[in-house]
Design a protein around this ligand. Structure first.
Ligand code: NAD
Length: 492
């Protein structure tokens, strides 16, 4: 990569445009510290332009009368193009957010499956005929596209999380405006180039770039019918409030404080590996991070020892190097936030088994893999989302105790259960208040399996066939069959 800065424009109505103000934001590579790209800083007027383009394509363009089968064919073509460009998209993401190239490549490669899955689903969404109690009526329902969808996405997995929303929305016949994170807009802009190649009509997909103000303007835009948001719980609440002002539909994928629960009868080596994947994978910067380890008191020392031993060998460094296992934090802000939380945990008397601060061996935003014990569950480190490589360890003494502690959180995104008892695994899974439970596994998702949160981790589900229903309105059509004149002052 040369040090030359790349200046990007936004994609609105099929054209590449600058912000009306001509103002730009800088994208910084968190590993090298280089300001490597600029993207437009969109304001209200730019947001209006993008929403108007999406509205026009929804109501009047070729897209508005396209059959579900033909929409499916375009989605399939898009899947092919995503696959062909997976390396490029993965590289852009890694440069922007500092996560491992091999992880971003795995995500951008897998992304094509979302387009294939929803390409096939596009013409499978059906209405129903309703058995009328009145013989003179025929009643049926039509699932119709909800309209203009606005997506707001975070920095950790930009195009994958966009795909979770975009593929079902397009399959349902919606048009789309996305605002990626101000820290990681480039991959979404590169992804937009594929839309022209795939042959989508202009205005079906639009990208605006900018920060919180731009997101806020999008959430407040009355031309948006539905907002699909992924990000922090705090921002999600603000987006939902803005949408409520115009009764906009909302789906929210928010934060988590997910437990990995390890019983005494577990395969401890496998559990240790799963715990490491859950908290040190992606440098802990994932919504589904298994940031709380709940372990049976009888195996705590053995398990923590296994995890700490592996943590000590984690290779930190250049995210583009295939040997690297943990990259830096994605932003200086996130780096400072995690260090602040670690400092306060120390002051409050938590014990650090390993790690606890900035990595001395690296320049930049590197934080050591950290394992903390002796935590009061009321301490910030035990109950708030950290979004970094920090594992908080708790013990339990019975199955009931494990379930109670696992559920003692305002979040409910995911959980892992480690046990060799099949009965116990299912029994515990059924009692956990979380949108996804993995038994003897952690951190797996797929296009056909619903994903989303209980409690403050979200609203609605992404992925799976039903995700398409979140992008439709159900219309009921009543047909009078005998044409008789009825009492105009009585219902029916
Ligand atoms: P964030 O909430 O700060 O930002 C997310 C997006 O919202 C960005 O595009 C940002 O510009 C925009 N935004 C910020 N303020 C806004 C406002 N007032 N109105 C409208 N838009 C606004 O989150 P982040 O730091 O980018 O990402 C990390 C968070 O995302 C974590 O809490 C993580 O758990 C969550 N996340 C959740 C999932 C999931 O699927 N549940 C997946 C990934 C990340």
């Amino acid at each position: 990569m040369s040090n030359e800065q790349v200046n990007y424009q936004m994609y609105i109505g099929g054209e590449w445009v600058s912000a009306e103000s001509e103002r730009n934001l800088v994208s910084t590579n968190p590993y090298t510290g280089d300001d490597w790209a600029t993207v437009p800083d969109a304001q209200v007027a730019d947001v209006d332009k993008a929403v108007t383009a999406a509205r026009e394509a929804f109501e009047h363009g070729e897209w508005s009368s396209m059959s579900a089968k033909d929409r499916g064919a375009l989605l399939r073509k898009m899947g092919d193009l995503v696959g062909e460009n997976a390396e490029h998209l993965g590289r852009m993401e890694s440069l922007d957010n500092g996560k491992l190239y091999r992880e971003m490549l795995a995500q951008t490669t897998y992304l094509q499956e979302w387009f294939y899955y929803f390409a096939g689903a596009a013409d499978k969404l059906q209405g129903a005929t309703i058995p009328s109690e009145r013989p003179n009526f025929f009643i049926y329902t039509r699932p119709e596209p909800v309209g203009v969808v606005a997506a707001i996405t975070p920095w950790n997995s930009p195009v994958l999380l966009l795909g979770f929303k975009l593929a079902p929305a397009l399959a349902a016949g919606c048009t789309f405006v996305v605002k990626p994170s101000e820290h990681t807009s480039v991959s979404t802009l590169e992804f937009a180039k594929l839309f022209d190649k795939a042959g989508f009509p202009k205005g079906v997909f639009n990208v605006i770039t900018g920060g919180p103000d731009t997101g806020n303007a999008l959430a407040n835009n009355h031309g948006v019918d539905k907002i699909a948001f992924t990000g922090s719980t705090k921002t999600g609440i603000s987006v939902a409030k803005a949408a409520a002002e115009h009764v906009g539909r909302v789906s929210l994928e928010l934060g988590g404080k997910s437990p990995n629960i390890v019983f005494a009868d577990a395969d401890l080596k496998a559990a240790a590996n799963g715990v490491i994947a859950g908290i040190f994978g992606a440098t802990g910067q994932t919504c589904m991070a298994g940031s709380r380890l709940l372990v049976h008191e009888s195996v705590k020392d053995e398990l923590v020892d296994l995890i700490a031993t592996r943590a000590a060998t984690i290779v930190m460094g250049d995210p583009m190097d295939p040997a690297t296992e943990m990259g830096p934090m994605a932003t200086g802000q996130q780096f400072d936030k995690v260090l602040g939380m670690l400092k306060r945990a120390k002051e409050q008397g938590a014990t650090f088994v390993t790690g606890g601060g900035k990595s001395a061996a690296h320049d930049g935003y590197f934080i050591e893999p950290t394992i903390i014990t002796d935590i009061d569950p009321e301490m910030e480190i035990g109950k708030d989302e950290i979004f970094g490589p920090v594992l908080s360890v708790f013990t339990f003494d019975s199955e009931e105790d494990a379930i109670a502690k696992a559920n003692d959180t305002r979040y409910g995104l995911a959980a892992g259960v480690w046990t060799l008892s099949g009965q116990r695994g299912h029994r515990v899974a059924h009692k956990l208040r979380a949108g996804t439970v993995w038994i003897n596994a952690y951190r797996v998702v797929s296009p056909n399996t619903p994903f989303g949160g209980f409690k403050e981790s979200g609203l609605g589900r992404e992925n799976g066939f039903d995700a398409m229903k979140q992008y439709t309105e159900n219309k009921s059509v009543w047909v009078e069959l005998d044409g008789a004149t009825r009492d105009p002052f009585s219902i029916g």
